[in-house]
Design a protein. Sequence first.
Length: 226
Amino acid sequence: MIRILLADDHALVRSGIRSLLERTGERAGPGSLGPMEVVAETSDGREAARLARVMAPDLAILDVAMPRLNGIEAVRQIRDELPATRVIMLSMHADSKYVYESLRAGAAGYVLKDSVFDELLSAIKAVMGGRTHVSPPLAALWQTAVGRAQDLAASTSDVDKLSPREREVLQLVGEGQSNREIADALGVSVRTVETHRENVTRKLEIRTVAGLTRFAIRNGLCSLEP
């Protein structure tokens, strides 16, 4: 039995993937993936990380762009605490930078959403077999990304200046939340949030909320989607 955590902020996508996995599990036979069960699902990254700690799934399927905590940060948290849990990222972004950051964070697979229902089972078979899977349209980009790893690392150095908590705060700022709302979401004081924001502003040398929001969107910490 492959126990799966599913996280995507679109209910229809989650429903479709869950149905696909359940149907496949029912047809399990020689050479198949075997039975699969979605043991938990959610619409945001922070809850995904929490559920992973509680359920310790074999596999987590995570959307890259989720509210409260983006998928890449969620992968980092899950893999830090549950190194045996394999992770497949779902994304609308056909961009080598997102692939690079996802796999660097600890994901083993990256599947484009427009081909998820055709490709997901192959991705699951690969990652559960200890291999890496990247959507075929991105294969060449991924090879380029590997070859240019140092350049890509340099291009994301501004993000790397931030601590995990500072990246969380930056995402919530980019989503338009106030200091009080961020404090409530993270379970910390408003003053602590203010300190994190000051650190982010200083490290990135960006002084305005609009500038921080643009940076967060450009670097995949939050999405343009409502």
